[in-house]
Ligand binder design. Structure first.
Ligand SMILES: [Ca+2]
Length: 83
């Protein structure tokens, strides 16, 4: 068996295949079996910022070490898992 399209854990975590083998005899004899493929997760989704653009205005005499902005990141792998 060969992989022909990329696997995507977030889309499909399990593939169940039915395989049949048949010989060239007369009459042909065959057997069938099931193959279950479990896809494991890899870290293939980069985190995304919650907003595309962040902007902040600061007074010039702001104290050193002041927090100037908080940005929020969304772990997209988590998004796909929870859905
Ligand atoms: Ca993943």
């Amino acid at each position: 068996m060969l992989i022909q399209t990329p696997l995507d854990y977030e889309a499909v975590r399990e593939h169940v295949l039915s395989i049949q083998a048949r010989d060239g005899g007369t009459p042909p004899l065959s057997s069938a079996t099931m193959v279950t493929i479990n896809v494991t997760d890899s870290n293939d989704n980069p985190p995304m910022f919650a907003q595309e653009v962040y902007a902040v205005t600061l007074v010039e005499d702001i104290s050193l070490h002041s927090t100037v902005i908080q940005v929020r990141l969304i772990c997209t792998a988590w998004l796909y898992r929870s859905g």
